[in-house]
Design a protein around this ligand. Structure first.
Ligand code: TRP
Length: 325
């Protein structure tokens, strides 16, 4: 069976854009592949983070995985730091990764700029840790958003280099760039992408309450026209809301335009709010469930780490042997 590995960082506020672009699309892969979905806490701490909130964030990502339909009986869900082999392999891969390759990573350049040079070595080596994540599990396919493509390509390069230096050890993984056909834009500034770090009214969080959803959709930026038509250039706000509606309702935009022909923005927004409230209910429920009963998620993560560790240990045994460690 094809082996799939991917991960999400327990950082920031995971919103509907993140969900639609990545996690929602993983769910279908479970049927015909062996999937491992990681919560990559060691990546999340490469930028300043709220120390006290980290465990809460980890549990939130686990709830999101479960609420999205990832089945822990079938797929492995685990926390990166619970399988120490990730750090061991990352260190070893560091010794064959050219400094220049890491300097070229666009995400590193972007993040360094944002941090105004206040950058730690972990942020620089982040792609090597990620290569380790992937290679530990002899992964065939890595489904990620466009922004992570360069990192997976580096993982391929590192795998090939390791294999030619020390002998066939790693599967060389393929990248699958997930496409949703449209970016989800900010609700308040619809020409900008919805972002984990922008002010609250600009995004719908997966755990938002019905009241928050209604309020944010109600005050989403539109235009002074009345027509519910998809036209991202002239009507970016309404077009973005149509995209969101279409992806959550699994209906083509054309049908939604027809449905709301002649009805005003207010009635469209109110229908969209209803839809989101309904579709995000599983997320609120899963979170409430783990707030009440944290052992439930802890057990899934411990079990996942045990399953992951077994595979990781086998790979590390090979790596130590070929490197003569
Ligand atoms: N860097 C990825 C992101 O921010 C998360 C990640 C870490 C990952 N390790 C991975 C994704 C391995 C795929 C495979 O989205």
């Amino acid at each position: 069976m094809q082996k799939i590995f991917s991960g999400v960082q327990p950082s920031g506020n995971i919103h509907i854009g993140n969900y639609l672009a990545v996690i929602k699309q993983w769910v279908a892969l479970q049927e015909k592949s062996d999937c491992i979905f990681c919560i990559v806490d060691w990546h999340a701490i490469t930028v300043p983070y709220e120390v006290k909130a980290l465990q809460q964030k980890i549990k939130e990502v686990a709830s999101i995985y479960l609420a999205s339909g990832i089945n822990p009986e079938k797929s492995v869900i685990f926390v990166q730091s619970q399988v120490k082999e990730h750090s061991e392999l990352a260190w070893l891969l560091n010794t064959i990764t050219p400094f220049g390759d890491l300097q070229r990573m666009t995400q590193f350049k972007d993040k360094s700029k944002k941090l105004q040079g206040n950058v730690n070595a972990g942020l620089f080596n982040y792609p090597v840790l990620m290569a380790g994540d992937i290679l530990l599990y002899q992964t065939d396919l890595v489904p990620v958003g466009e922004d992570q493509k360069q990192h997976v390509e580096l993982a391929r390069t590192i795998a090939k280099k390791f294999n030619s230096k020390f002998g066939e050890t790693f599967k060389v993984p393929e990248v699958s760039v997930l496409k949703i056909g449209a970016k989800i834009m900010s609700l308040t500034e619809p020409l900008k992408k919805m972002s984990k770090s922008d002010p609250e009214p600009s995004r719908i969080g997966l755990f938002d309450t019905p009241e928050q959803i209604r309020k944010k959709i109600g005050s989403a930026t539109t235009d002074s026209d009345k027509e519910i038509k998809f036209n991202p250039k002239e009507k970016p706000g309404i077009s973005n809301l149509l995209t969101i509606y279409s992806l959550f309702a699994d209906k083509p935009i054309k049908d939604i335009e027809k449905e709301f022909q002649g009805k005003g923005y207010a009635s469209f927004k109110s229908a969209l709010a209803d839809l989101l409230i309904k579709k995000l209910e599983p997320f609120r429920n899963k979170k409430a469930e783990f707030d009440k009963n944290p052992e439930f998620i802890e057990k899934i993560l411990t079990d996942g780490a045990n399953r992951a560790r077994k595979i990781a240990q086998e790979t590390m045994q090979k790596v130590r042997t070929v490197m003569n460690l």
